[in-house]
Structure formats: structure tokens, C-alpha cells
Design a protein around this ligand. Structure first.
Ligand code: AMP
Length: 457
């Protein structure tokens, strides 16, 4: 086990860390600090609680020139809460150095006092993309002395629709800089962002996340026509927050989703016959946790950027073993057990035999009768989606929506979920417990200075 002493930190920093109770670097710190301190770009997969803030914070502070009163470090965060938390952590890490000024610049609060604070100078700015953009536009913030840019919870920033804002900010910082990117998940969009704005980044994933996903697979033989009952039973039993049920035909998707809805489950069908507008709405609601069950065909699910679901159900066995593996691969996050359940009627048994011979291993059958005896117990999705009648073309930005919801003693940012921006409309997920309040705030408030129509999606 390495210690902070061996990482080449200043004595003052090591002493301060020990005062903070940081005796040993966490795995992410042990891996990220050496490249960070030597000025390299880093892309790290790290969750909250991994010690990621200090993983970038220690480097930021060690490389700072406190005598140069200009913004040398910028940390972009998805929410005000995270920005406040990061700023607090940075101030603690900077205690050993005299006069290091850390400033937060977030939306949802008045801009005037921020302009005042900026005029006194700061070494490190922590903020949300929309408000940073506002300051850059006004010229109240300049980043020409920036040396290190940090994107914290980059995946969440993209989820919240901040991609354009982040790219706009990056376009205004010096090309010769260090870029550190931290993300809990690794979708293609993150990879693309890294390729575009980082130069040969050191790729870091902490050990715990490299484990093979653990997938529990169960097969049930059921009579034809019992698929809806069996699916309702599996969901009632496992209570997944999110699940994809794969069907063969469009008609089956529609019927199954309608059947589940009528029994109180939250389910949506996704197949090739949907109009683009409806498809967007379905994907938005499933992706932002407002709908628990997506009943989909293989083709429709192909473009879905959703992995690591707690449950995948094959309502019908897949056409061939490759398709089966692909479907099942959507469950099971590293370190968490995923569930894959497959239904099979007696006449479909040959498909399971093919799977067994391809794997050279028997599958595990469950007790279908016991399963079907499970009483219906629908899962309530955690979020609810509001649809706002304004989008990109109306110059609406995610920060405007976030500000309208959280500003002036509004809702706490942690109750606001994904924000999906389209040309003419915008969807925002809010915690179910505050959905009515959020709807009212948006209806009575203004976005971009205008009243907009708002409804439940
Ligand atoms: P983070 O993942 O950055 O949100 O940090 C999670 C928590 O771990 C924070 O409360 C930190 O103060 C704490 N922490 C970070 N690094 C260390 C360390 N090396 N030793 C002990 N605690 C730490």
C-alpha cells in the first residue's frame, strides 16, 4: 500500500492530509495523482465516495501559483450541490497554503454578488456550465491563465444536457492545458468527449469496477399466452427500478405494455412503428427513471444507450445465442448482480438447447408454477417527467430549466434528474414526491423570460 509520502507531494500537503484524516490514498488517488501531478490528462471512472475530489483536488492545489491572482483551475460540475461540496473539499485541501481563493459560480442564485467576488480574483473556480458560460459572455470571468480543467461527473453533465455548454467553455480555455475527466459510467458520449478534448489521457479505472459483471440467469418454461403473467410476476418478485422486456413482434410489445399498464405497472412499448416524436418521449421516460419497464423489439432496442439494468427479461427466447448474449449483456454492473430471466414455451425448447450447446453448459430452470403464483406488486418509478413546450430553437438551455426549478428557495437540485433538450421541447425528470410542486413552479415561473406550457409527459 502506497502512502501520500511516496507520491511526491509537498510536506505541507502531506501534513494537511494527515490532519484531515487521510492517512492513505484511496485506489483512485493512488492511480490518478502521479499522472495528474506530472501534468498529464486523465480520464477516470470513479464513483462518489471513491475519493475522486481529492484525486483531482490535490493536484490542482499543488500546482497552483498563489501569487498569481488569476483563475488557474476550473472545475465543472452538473449541479450546485456538487459544486458546493467540491469547493468545500478544495478549501480544506488548500488549508496548508496561504491565500488560495476558491470561488463557486452556479446558476439558480443571483449573478450580481458573483461578479463582485470575481472582481476580487480567484485561483480556482468551481461551477455549473450554464453560469460559467454567462460569466464568460459578460467578460466577468476570463480563463486565459487556466492550466487545469476538471470535468466532474462528466456523464451526469451530459445527461443533464450540458454538452453544448461544456464544449463552448472548452473552446474558450487555452489549448495548452491539462484536462481531467471524472465519470461514474463510461458511455460512448464520454469516450467521444475525451477523444475530442484530451490528449493521450491516462485511463484509470479502479479495481472494484474491473470485475466481471455478475449475472444471475434463470429460465422458466411457461404455457403460450402466459407471458404477461410471468413478466408481471418476475417484476413483482424482483422489484427492479428499471427493466427491458424483449419481444419478437411489434404487436406483442404493444399488447404486453398495455396489459402491464392495466395492472398498475409502469410500462412503455418501443418498436419500429413509433413516430420519432413518440420514440423520443419513450426513450426519455425510460432513460430518466420515470418508467420502470420498457417492452421492446431487438431492433428498436439497438440504439439504446442504456446498460447495466438490474433486470432483462426475454419474453420470448432470442432468435439465436448471439442475440441472447447481447440482450443479457445489458444487465449486471460490475460489483452488482444483474438478473436475466428467459421464458420459453414447450415448443421453443430447441432454442434453449442451442444456447446450452453453444455455451457447453446447462441453463438453470426455475419453478414456473411458483413464479406465476406471485401476486402483482408494481414498482413505482422514482421520477416523473415534465414536458416543457420550448426547446433548443427557443434558446432554452438545461441551466434555465434547472434554475427555474431550484432558484429562489426552490427545489433542491438532487431531486431534479435528467434534462433532455430537443428542438421544440424539453423534458425534465423530477422526483415523484415533488412532481406537482415542480409542475406548478414551471407553470407559474418563467423560462428565458417567457411563460411556457408545461405538462406531464
Ligand atoms: P469523494 O469521492 O471525493 O466524494 O470523497 C468521499 C469521502 O472520502 C470524502 O468525505 C473525503 O473527505 C473522504 N476521503 C477522500 N480521500 C480520502 C483518504 N485518502 N482517506 C480518507 N478519507 C478520504
Amino acid at each position: 500500500m502506497s502512502s501520500f509520502n511516496q507520491l511526491g507531494l509537498s510536506q505541507a500537503m502531506v501534513a494537511n492530509l494527515s490532519q484531515l484524516g487521510f492517512t492513505q490514498p484511496t485506489p483512485i488517488q493512488a492511480q490518478a495523482l502521479p499522472p495528474t501531478l506530472s501534468g498529464k490528462d486523465v480520464i477516470a471512472m470513479a464513483q462518489t465516495g471513491s475519493g475522486k475530489t481529492a484525486a483531482f483536488g490535490i493536484g490542482l492545489i499543488e500546482k497552483l501559483n498563489p501569487r498569481h491572482f488569476a483563475v488557474q483551475g476550473l472545475v465543472l460540475c452538473p449541479t450546485r450541490e456538487l459544486a458546493d461540496q467540491v469547493a468545500k473539499a478544495l478549501r480544506e485541501l488548500a488549508r496548508a497554503q496561504a491565500n488560495v481563493k476558491v470561488l463557486t459560480l452556479c446558476g439558480g442564485v443571483a449573478i450580481g454578488p458573483q461578479i463582485g467576488s470575481l472582481s476580487h480574483g480567484a485561483h480556482i473556480v468551481v461551477g455549473t456550465p450554464g453560469r460559467i458560460q454567462d460569466h464568460l459572455r459578460k467578460g466577468t470571468l476570463t480563463l486565459e491563465s487556466l492550466r487545469t480543467l476538471v470535468l466532474d461527473e462528466a456523464d451526469r453533465m451530459l445527461d443533464m444536457g450540458f454538452q453544448d455548454a461544456v464544449e463552448d467553455i472548452i473552446a474558450q480555455v487555452p489549448a495548452r492545458r491539462q484536462t481531467l475527466m471524472f465519470s461514474a459510467t463510461w458511455p460512448d458520449s464520454i469516450r467521444t468527449l475525451s477523444e475530442r478534448y484530451q490528449s493521450t489521457p491516462v485511463d484509470i479505472r479502479v479495481e472494484a469496477h474491473e470485475e466481471k459483471p455478475d449475472i444471475r440467469e434463470t429460465f422458466y418454461e411457461i404455457e403460450p399466452g402466459r407471458q404477461a403473467d410471468a413478466l408481471a410476476a418476475v417484476v413483482s418478485d424482483l422489484q427492479p427500478t428499471s427493466c427491458i422486456a424483449f419481444c419478437t413482434t411489434k404487436q406483442q410489445c404493444d399488447e404486453l405494455a398495455a396489459d402491464l399498464e392495466s395492472r398498475g405497472f409502469s410500462a412503455l412499448a418501443l418498436h419500429g412503428d413509433l413516430e420519432q416524436k413518440d420514440r423520443d418521449s419513450v426513450l426519455v421516460r425510460f432513460g430518466n427513471q420515470s418508467c420502470a419497464i420498457l417492452v421492446a423489439t431487438d431492433v428498436a432496442a439497438r440504439g439504446l444507450d442504456i446498460k447495466a439494468l438490474p433486470l432483462v427479461v426475454n419474453v420470448e427466447p432470442a432468435r439465436d445465442p448471439e442475440v441472447h448474449t447481447h440482450r443479457v449483456g445489458r444487465t449486471g454492473r460490475a460489483g452488482e448482480t444483474g438478473n436475466a430471466v428467459t421464458f420459453c414455451t414447450p415448443s421453443q425448447g430447441h432454442k434453449i438447447s442451442r444456447l446450452e450447446s453453444q455455451r457447453d453448459q446447462r441453463v438453470q430452470w426455475g419453478d414456473a408454477q411458483a413464479l406465476l403464483a406471485t401476486p402483482d406488486k408494481p414498482v413505482k418509478p422514482s421520477m416523473r417527467t415534465l414536458c416543457i413546450s420550448g426547446g433548443r430553437k427557443d434558446k432554452v438551455r438545461p441551466g434555465d430549466v434547472l434554475g427555474a426549478l431550484t432558484g429562489e428557495a426552490g427545489l433542491p437540485g438532487k431531486l431534479i434528474g435528467k434534462i433532455d433538450l430537443f428542438d421544440f421541447q424539453c423534458f425534465v425528470a423530477v422526483d415523484r414526491s415533488v412532481a406537482a410542486e415542480a409542475l406548478e413552479r414551471l407553470e407559474n415561473g418563467r423560462i428565458k423570460g417567457r411563460k411556457m406550457r408545461v405538462r406531464y409527459a
